[in-house]
Design a protein around this ligand. Sequence first.
Ligand SMILES: [Zn+2]
Length: 75
Amino acid sequence: MTYIADITQMSDLPLQANERGFGCFSCGQPLETSAVRYDGKGGSVLLHLRCANEMGQRLIVDSWTHRRKHEQAPS
Ligand SMILES: [Zn+2]
């Protein structure tokens, strides 16, 4: 994830860009200046800073709770 101070200066467009501008990948509300950008294999998305913070915490909580379910036994 990368902090973007001014999304209007980005040279490439993330997935959710459209003719109305940018909407946050998480909440869908408009993004106007700064954002957090996440680059994945299928493209990039932008989030409000508060939404990125919340998503990060949720990812940690969800993955931490279930972290041992798919571990491979040591060989
Ligand atoms: Zn948002």
